[in-house]
Design a protein around this ligand. Structure first.
Ligand code: 5AD
Ligand code: FES
Length: 410
C-alpha cells in the first residue's frame, strides 16, 4: 500500500502539469475560436455592406474622358477613381495601356530595369494575416543568410549585370542596426557603382537615417492599404497604418528613393479602398510603386479567399503610370505567379522594372509569402536570362545600369 501511495505521490505533480498543459491548450483553442468568429463576422459584414451595392458604372465615353483627365491632371477625385475601376473593359484597358506605355517611353525609352532580389531572412516578428512567413506560422521553415552569403549573392548578381541589390526580409531582430549597416557598407565598398535597396519593414527614424548614412539608396515599404479599417482587417492590432505612414514620411525626408504600394484583390478590398490607395500615393509621391495580386497562402486565415486578378492588377499598373509618368514600377513576381504571361503584360501596361530572384536556390522555397510562388527552383542565372528573353519578346530591352528615378519635367 505504501508503495502505491509513493507512486501516487509521484504522479500527483505530473498530473498537475498535465492539467496546466490542458488548460493552456483549451485557452489557445478558445482564442482561435474567438479569432475565427471575428473573421466570420467581418466577412459577413463585408458581404452585407457590398450586397446589392450599385457600382458607380459610367459609359465608355465617360470612362475615356476620365482616362484623358487622369493623363492631364495626374489624379482624379475619389468617386472618379471608383467609376474608372468599376467601369473598365477590354477596349478601355487598351486605350489606357497605350497612353501608359507612351508615358514610360518618354522617360525610360524601351528600357526595363532589373533588380537582384536577395531574400536574406524569413524570420519575422510580425503576424500579418495574409503572409506566409508571419511569426505564428509554425510550418514555415526558417532561415537566415550570413553576411558572407549575402555578399556572395551580390557577386553572382554583379556578374549577371545587376546594378541594384534589394535586401528583403521579414522584420527580424537578429539583424540589428549594426549588422544591417555593416552589410550595406560592405556591399557599397565592393560595388560602388551599384544601388542598395532595403526592404526590411518598419523601423525608427534613427535607424533609417543610420542605414542611409551607411550608403543605402532606396527603401521599399508597401503601405498595403490606405484605409485604416481595411488595414485592421489585414493586420493584428499591434500594427497600424499610422506608423506605416510615419515610416514612409521619414524615409522620404531622409532622402531615400522610396517605394510603396499595395496588394490588388486583398481580402475585403473594395474599389473605394483602391481609390484611397491611389489618393494616398498621390499625396506621398513615391519614386517606386509596387503592386501585385493578393495570393492566398495555405497557412493563413485567408486560405479560402480568391487571388486578385491579373486583369485588375495590370489595369492599375496603367493607372499608376499615368499618375506617375516617371516612376519606377515593377511588374511583380506575384503577377507572374497568377498568370504565366503576367510580367510581360505588366510591362505592356507601363511597368518598367523586374526583380529576378538572386537568393541562393536552397532557401528560395522557404521565402513563401504566398502559395505557388514562381522561380523558386531556378538558379540566379536562369532567372536572369529567362527574364531577358521575356522582356525582349515584347520589344523591350534589359538595361545594365542602376536605373535611378528620373524626376518629371513639367
Ligand atoms: N499575396 C500577395 N502578396 C503578398 N505579400 C505578402 N503576402 C502576400 C500574399 N499572400 C506582399 C506584401 C508585402 C510584399 C513584400 O509582399 O504586399 O509588402
Ligand atoms: Fe525566374 Fe523565369 S524569371 S525562371
Amino acid at each position: 500500500n505504501s508503495a502505491l501511495n509513493d507512486e501516487l505521490a509521484k504522479l500527483d505533480p505530473q498530473s498537475a502539469t498535465y492539467a496546466a498543459d490542458c488548460q493552456a491548450l483549451k485557452d489557445e483553442a478558445a482564442a482561435t475560436v474567438a479569432d475565427l468568429k471575428r473573421v466570420e463576422s467581418e466577412t459577413h459584414a463585408w458581404i452585407d455592406s457590398n450586397a446589392g451595392k450599385a457600382t458607380a458604372t459610367v459609359n465608355d465615353v465617360e470612362v475615356i474622358a476620365l482616362i484623358d483627365k487622369l493623363e492631364k491632371e495626374r489624379c482624379l477625385l475619389k468617386d472618379e477613381f471608383v467609376s474608372l475601376i468599376s467601369s473598365r473593359s477590354g477596349d478601355i484597358s487598351e486605350h489606357l495601356f497605350e497612353k501608359a506605355r507612351n508615358a514610360a517611353k518618354r522617360y525610360y525609352g524601351n528600357h526595363v530595369y532589373i533588380r537582384g532580389l536577395i531574400e536574406f531572412t524569413n524570420y519575422c516578428k510580425n503576424d500579418c494575416w495574409y503572409c506566409g512567413i508571419r511569426k505564428n506560422n509554425a510550418e514555415a521553415s526558417r532561415y537566415r543568410l550570413t553576411e558572407d552569403q549575402i555578399l556572395q549573392s551580390c557577386e553572382t548578381g554583379y556578374g549577371l549585370g545587376f546594378r541594384t541589390f534589394v535586401l528583403q526580409g521579414g522584420e527580424d531582430p537578429f539583424y540589428t542596426d549594426e549588422k544591417i549597416i555593416n552589410i550595406v557598407k560592405r556591399i557599397k565598398a565592393s560595388y560602388p557603382d551599384c544601388a542598395v535597396t532595403l526592404s526590411i519593414g518598419e523601423k525608427s527614424r534613427e535607424s533609417y537615417q543610420a542605414y542611409f548614412d551607411a550608403g543605402a539608396d532606396r527603401y521599399l515599404l508597401r503601405h498595403e492599404t490606405a484605409d485604416p479599417e481595411h488595414y485592421a482587417m489585414l493586420h493584428p492590432g499591434e500594427m497600424s497604418l499610422e506608423n506605416r505612414k510615419r515610416c514612409l514620411k521619414d524615409l522620404k525626408e531622409i532622402g531615400y528613393q522610396v517605394g510603396s504600394g499595395f496588394m490588388v484583390g486583398s481580402p475585403f478590398q473594395t474599389a473605394g479602398h483602391i481609390a484611397e490607395d491611389l489618393l494616398y500615393l498621390h499625396e506621398l509621391q513615391p519614386h517606386m510603386i509596387g503592386i501585385g495580386p493578393f495570393v492566398p497562402h495555405h497557412c493563413t486565415r485567408f486560405i479560402d479567399f480568391p487571388s486578385g486578378t491579373a486583369e485588375l492588377t495590370v489595369f492599375l499598373i496603367g493607372v499608376l503610370r499615368l499618375m506617375f509618368p516617371s516612376a519606377l514600377i515593377p511588374s511583380t513576381t506575384a503577377l507572374g505567379t497568377i498568370d504565366p504571361k503576367g510580367r510581360e503584360l505588366g510591362v505592356f501596361a507601363g511597368a518598367n522594372v523586374v526583380m529576378p530572384n538572386l537568393s541562393p536556390v536552397d532557401v528560395r522555397k522557404k521565402y513563401m509569402l504566398y502559395d505557388n510562388k514562381i522561380c523558386t527552383g531556378d538558379e540566379a542565372a536562369e532567372c536572369r536570362f529567362c527574364m531577358q528573353k521575356r522582356i525582349e519578346s515584347i520589344g523591350y530591352e534589359i538595361a545594365v545600369t542602376r536605373g535611378d528615378f528620373v524626376p518629371m519635367n513639367g
